[in-house]
Design a protein around this ligand. Structure first.
Ligand SMILES: CCCCCCCCCCCCCCCCCCCCCCCC(=O)SCCNC(=O)CCNC(=O)[C@H](O)C(C)(C)COP(=O)(O)OP(=O)(O)OC[C@H]1O[C@@H](n2cnc3c(N)ncnc32)[C@H](O)[C@@H]1OP(=O)(O)O
Ligand SMILES: NC(=O)C1=CN([C@@H]2O[C@H](COP(=O)(O)OP(=O)(O)OC[C@H]3O[C@@H](n4cnc5c(N)ncnc54)[C@H](OP(=O)(O)O)[C@@H]3O)[C@@H](O)[C@H]2O)C=CC1
Length: 515
């Protein structure tokens, strides 16, 4: 019997961010491995016109929970949705619901956050710092709370090259910043943001660092641990390989590459693509929850969940495998054949963005206009280039994260738990994982049927022929332009033609002689 799975049996667990990518996988793993848990409270807000119940019902009916439902048929009875909005006082939770949480909660997993890189500082502070503060205050009043697990990110201190499993202080006290932001005008906040974030690329990484400081400063007597994952990708093994449900991290660009939009990307090819599968992160999280509750460390332990130091995969390897997979299993309705390469300097990046991204988009929009359709390609390419600019910081750098605590924890697991809650990234085969990742994006994110692969391949062959025809016509137009104006060009052309003629004559003569 798994010690970790048994620990969660009978427990009342509160998950914030349960409707998110990682929150869903956390819920699924808990329900599948500890079906005798008492209840999972999930904080949910209405969204996109859907009520709480509609959102939860849609979530629980997605493919991710199929296995858990087989093992835990009364899965819906285990889930207790609670209305919440992290932007509201007391997280928007009603007094009745709050009373229930304060009375029964044993474990908190705090996943909720804004993970956007372009959020204004005020919004990111609200979600990643103030909401965390409010949850900590709530936790301090809980009668049966055993452990509080906080999700941060391995990039919260990305302004450092080497990052230890410790909390690094920020230059401004979170409380002072929160008080200032309350009365400062948006325009002033926007102006001071670059100075505040201390060489970090965005408000996301900065407010995650502030969130860690708040967790430390307002820990009181709480038993807390912090998880710092790097770039969380599709599932590795559980509940099945390749599951992913959002466009974050590499996902959007992998789609852009598969659809033929992305033909060049500025990256340091030998930089480490520090991706970790979501199920590996969740296995570590559940092991940390168990270990922290049972052993109650004297101080807050930080657990890095990264791959670069133990089993590195380079961006160039990842990129090649992405293209190879989409060659075998193409995405439908591709704009062009998947074909891309890395650029390594600003000039070649600008040149290739013009030649291989914007020029084809403008020509295609011209074709759409000619055929009476609304142009959209240039807008899509600009959005892709904006996304790339936001991710550029992470693709062109590498970091060193220590993993002492994570390795210590691994040594504390029984053999059975090391299998059931495997977070040893050294077991990961990157070629297999990347292939499943791309196939997962095709199946679970784009909802494409694998039976459509032959048709998708035919579409790619047609695109290839159009590409060759276009290049040939373009070459002839340019050559005709030069021949009409340059004696040199004519001489070269005649030389080439005569060379070809001589070669063909020789070839014909030698084949006649042989007969
Ligand atoms: C040798 C051969 C080489 C071959 C190369 C080719 C292969 C390439 C494959 C490999 C590429 C790898 C590069 C990826 C690098 C990954 C680095 C990630 C770093 C994360 C570090 C931190 C990790 C964390 O702690 S949290 C991470 C999660 N957070 C994010 O990832 C958030 C990032 N996203 C954003 O902040 C926003 O989406 C933003 C700012 C990028 C764009 O905002 P915008 O307002 O413009 O768009 P949205 O409102 O978000 O969406 C509008 C629209 O666009 C669609 N969309 C959203 N995101 C993406 C995306 N990433 N790519 C494409 N499309 C996207 C979205 O669906 C919306 O569509 P609508 O129809 O309007 O709804
Ligand atoms: N994905 C990654 O690569 C990494 C993520 N992390 C951390 O892991 C955690 C989870 O990330 P991930 O699952 O990818 O993020 P998602 O964006 O997928 O999920 C975010 C969750 O937070 C909730 N949320 C956001 N705003 C509010 C709000 N105003 N009120 C209530 N709930 C809100 C969302 O709810 P809703 O569905 O209603 O929007 C969603 O459930 C975050 O703390 C993130 O910093 C750390 C490292 C890497």
């Amino acid at each position: 019997m798994s010690v970790i799975a048994a620990f969660y049996g009978g427990k009342s667990i509160l998950i914030t961010g349960a409707t998110g990518f990682m929150g869903k996988v956390l819920m699924e793993k808990l329900l599948r491995t500890s079906p005798d848990l008492k209840v999972i409270y999930i904080l949910v807000r209405p969204k996109a016109g859907q009520s709480l119940q509609q959102r939860v019902s849609q979530m629980m009916n997605c493919k991710l929970f199929e296995k858990a439902k087989e093992i835990c048929p009364n899965i819906f009875e285990k889930i207790r949705p609670i209305y919440s909005d992290l932007t509201k006082p007391d997280l928007g939770i009603s007094k009745e619901d709050l009373e229930e949480l304060l009375t029964h909660t044993n474990i908190i997993f705090h996943c909720a956050a804004t993970v956007r890189f372009d959020d204004p500082l005020r919004h990111a502070l609200q979600l990643n710092v103030i909401a965390t503060q409010q949850l900590l205050f709530m936790a301090s009043q809980m009668l049966k709370l055993e452990v509080f697990i906080h999700f941060s990110t391995a990039y919260s201190n990305c302004n450092l090259k080497h990052i230890d499993e410790v909390i690094y202080p920020c230059s401004v006290e979170p409380k002072k910043l929160i008080d200032s932001v309350e009365w400062l005008d948006d325009s002033i906040i926007e102006e001071i943001t670059p100075k505040l974030i201390e060489n970090r690329p965005n408000t996301y990484t900065y407010t995650k660092a502030l969130g860690e400081m708040v967790v430390y400063q307002e820990r009181g007597n709480l038993n807390i641990a912090i998880i710092r994952p790097s770039i969380v990708g599709a599932s590795w093994q559980e509940p099945f390989p390749g599951w992913v449900d959002n466009l974050n991290g590499p996902n959007g660009l992998i789609i852009a590459a598969g659809k033929g939009f992305l033909h060049s990307l500025k990256a340091t090819p030998k930089a480490v693509a520090d991706v970790v599968p979501v199920d590996l992160v969740i296995n570590l999280t559940l092991a940390v929850g168990w270990h922290t509750a049972v052993h109650r460390p004297k101080s807050i332990l930080i657990y890095h969940c990264t791959s670069g130091s133990l089993n590195p995969c380079l961006w160039t390897d990842l990129g090649f495998q992405v293209l190879a997979t989409f060659e075998k299993a193409p995405l439908e309705k591709a704009f062009r054949r998947p074909n891309a390469d890395f650029t390594t300097n600003n000039f070649s990046t600008y040149l290739w963005n013009t030649i291989s991204h914007m020029a084809p988009a403008v020509m295609y929009d011209f074709y759409l206009r000619l055929t009476g359709r609304k142009p959209r390609m240039a807008k899509l390419m600009n959005r892709m280039l904006k996304t790339i600019s936001m991710l550029d910081y992470f693709i062109n750098r590498s970091w060193e994260w220590s993993s002492r605590n994570t390795e210590m924890l691994m040594s504390q697991l029984s053999n059975e738990d090391q299998k059931l809650f495997d977070f040893d990234v050294r077991h990961l085969n990157w070629l297999e994982y990347t292939e499943n990742y791309c196939l997962g994006i095709k199946k679970y994110l784009l909802k494409e049927d694998m039976a459509g692969i032959p048709a998708a391949k035919r579409h790619l062959r047609m695109l290839r022929n159009i590409h060759y025809l276009f290049n040939t016509v373009l070459f002839l137009i340019i050559w005709r332009f030069f021949i009409a104006r340059s004696q040199m060009a004519r001489n070269v052309w005649y030389f080439v033609v005569s060379l070809c003629y001589k070669f063909l004559s020789y070839f014909r003569a030698s084949s006649t002689f042989r007969h």
